[in-house]
Write a protein of this length. Structure first.
Length: 329
């Protein structure tokens, strides 16, 4: 009985949202106190926080269409969105470090942004990352202890006009390749370990490669789990776009509050363990409070290319989380 009531309540809420959206979009004003560009994880939170004040008007702009489609509302079908009208479908320029391959860079073009075209997990940002943000911005309220309460509060709640040329520069730095090689070797060591022997038949790929052969495998296999960040970094150097208050340098009344302001990519995988960035972006938006690597995602993508025939999906807990494994690099 309780389950049926919850379903009806959820359905009622969805319908109220639909009605409200139709009403608001049919009565656009010529002036708004705040304009939020992009309805992704950060933009949606910022707009909601602003709209809590009944004395201000808020316009949330989204280039894409409705998220009221099965491939969005049914999480298991997330991959059906890639390459559709709900995906900006950016592609990086051919990369000589990946043997000329172009990296696909899917990003959400729909209400909800990337959170609508990808699966959802939750994980808090890494302490070292938040503390680094604080040091880069010169604002101690960006540190981990300061944002921890924001995370806890959320947990309690149970365009480009012209074609963009993107240079992903994947594996362009020697240290990136070195870290990727170490990652593959570590994953092979674990996959072929005595502890996992009862649960695997054999290693399918890459096999016992080393040197140039292993590097070739990595260049052929490397891809991305998307969630691009750091294009409008927060900081105080000449490359910084926003300050610690998220104000854009040189432009009045403009702030950026999404993953692009991160001074560097996160240490852990982007989610628990895939969408940490979703949580981090929510944290960024909440942190903003509307105020007046080789990243592990790459490491995990390589893990997908390390294939073992398995007897069972069980993995002994002794190995700990993928975050710990990749951080050991």
């Amino acid at each position: 009985m309780g389950s049926n009531n919850e379903k009806r309540s959820a359905a009622d809420f969805v319908e109220r949202v639909r009605v409200n959206q139709r009403k608001l979009s049919s009565a656009l004003k010529s002036h708004y106190d705040y304009i939020v560009c992009g309805s992704g994880s950060s933009g949606s939170v910022v707009a909601r926080r602003l709209a809590e004040n009944p004395d201000v008007s808020v316009l949330l702009l989204e280039a894409g269409g409705s998220d009221d489609v099965p491939s969005v509302t049914e999480a298991a079908r997330w991959f059906e969105n890639l390459g559709t009208e709900r995906d900006w479908a950016f592609v990086a320029q051919p990369n000589p470090h990946l043997k000329g391959r172009s990296m696909p860079l899917s990003m959400g073009k729909v209400l909800g942004g990337g959170s609508s075209i990808n699966v959802m997990f939750w994980a808090r940002g890494h302490r070292n990352d938040w503390d680094f943000f604080a040091s880069e911005s010169g604002d101690p309220t960006w540190d981990y202890e300061s944002v921890l309460n924001i995370y806890r509060r959320m947990e309690d709640w149970q365009y480009p006009d012209d074609p963009i040329q993107i240079e992903a520069n994947t594996l362009s730095h020697p240290d990136d390749l070195k870290a990727a090689v170490a990652c593959v070797e570590l994953c092979r060591e674990i996959g072929n370990s005595a502890a996992l022997r009862p649960f695997t038949k054999r290693e399918v790929m890459p096999g016992d490669l080393s040197g140039a052969a292993l590097e070739d495998f990595i260049r052929d296999a490397a891809s991305t789990y998307h969630h691009q960040t750091c294009t409008a970094k927060m900081g105080r150097d000449s490359m910084s776009v926003v300050d610690g208050q998220l104000k854009v340098y040189g432009i009045e009344n403009l702030r950026i509050a999404d993953g692009s302001i991160m001074p560097r990519d996160q240490r852990q995988h982007h989610g628990s363990l895939h969408h940490h960035r979703r949580a981090c972006r929510r944290g960024l938006a909440e942190r903003a409070q509307v105020r007046g690597i080789v990243d592990v995602a790459f490491c995990a993508r390589l893990n997908d290319s390390l294939q073992f025939e398995s007897h069972s999906s069980y993995v002994p807990s002794d190995f700990g989380s993928q975050e710990n494994l990749c951080q050991s690099l």
